[in-house]
Design a protein around this ligand. Structure first.
Ligand code: NAP
Length: 248
């Protein structure tokens, strides 16, 4: 059976590393991006040049209609999904809680939490034996922030990842008897563009001495944990978490 994986936010960072590793492991890869069309197309070309299969689709995971279109396009252009990685996520400029507007909170929770729920909903409809599917795997990209709370910086982001942890546990139990395993990774500080996106490109180097391993992580180190959780080697793991955070 052809393995087909959908990765949200696959154009950059942890998502792009997961796209590359999944393609190398024999998956046909569908990934979404928000704005970076040229980067996404270049990544598709790189995968195809290496003999793999990849397809990039623009979709905002915070918008229900976009998510429905993303999955319908994947069905049509690639085939029946066997794996989903809920990776797309955002953080906003560091602030204390009393300075956070409702609009900011809505943006962070819409992408990080509602986006993951909507994508998982569409995946379960396709994978669950209850709906005639053949099972599959879901990995949610949470964060070490869900355990640490990120005081003075982004408690909103940390709380959204706390919601993802609880979502992982609940959904895993809900669909465990339907052939679907649901797990999560919790990255620590990883060298990607996300830090520039909220205004502190050098954050990993600023905080790395607080990491027991005294370094930031690479996106590929997170991608390897994601691919392991989706693999048959993890066949008895569901509702589980892998911390990829250098001991933090
Ligand atoms: P990144 O480099 O900023 O990449 C984010 C990706 O998500 C991009 O592909 C972006 O698309 C896409 N995206 C953003 N908002 C989206 C939306 N509303 N709909 C669809 N796609 C959207 O981020 P990253 O550091 O790789 O982070 C990936 C995941 O890991 C996130 O869930 C993040 O919270 C989590 N994480 C990261 C770290 C870290 O230190 N980097 C630590 C813990 C957890 P465009 O390229 O089109 O903008």
């Amino acid at each position: 059976m052809q393995k087909i994986i959908l990765i949200t936010g696959g154009s950059r960072g942890i998502g792009a590393a997961t796209v590359r590793l999944a393609a190398g492991a024999g998956y046909a890869v569908v990934f979404s991006y928000l704005k970076a069309r040229e980067v996404a197309e270049a990544l598709c070309a790189e995968i195809r040049d290496a003999g793999g299969a990849a397809c990039a689709i623009q979709a905002d995971v915070a918008l229900e209609a976009d998510v429905v279109r993303l999955f319908e396009t994947a069905d049509r252009e690639v085939g029946k999904l066997t794996a989903l990685v809920n990776n797309a996520g955002v953080a906003e400029r560091q602030r204390r809680c009393e300075e956070m507007s409702a609009a900011r909170l809505s943006r962070v929770f819409a992408t990080n939490v509602i986006g993951s729920f909507l994508c998982a909903r569409e995946a379960v409809k396709r994978m669950s034996t209850r709906h005639g599917g053949q099972g599959g795997g879901i990995v949610n990209v949470s964060s070490a922030a869900s355990r640490l709370g990120s005081p003075g910086e982004f408690v909103d982001y940390a709380a959204s990842k706390g919601a993802i942890d609880t979502f992982t546990i609940g959904l895993a139990k809900e669909v465990a008897g339907e052939g679907i395993r649901v797990n999560a990774v919790r990255p620590g500080v990883i060298y990607t563009d996300i830090h520039a996106s909220y205004g502190e490109p050098g954050r990993v180097d600023r905080v790395k001495d607080s990491v027991p391993m005294r370094r930031g992580g690479d996106a590929e180190e997170v991608a390897k944990a994601i691919l392991w959780l989706l693999s048959d080697d993890a066949s008895y793991s569901t509702g589980a978490f892998i911390d990829v955070s250098g001991g933090r």
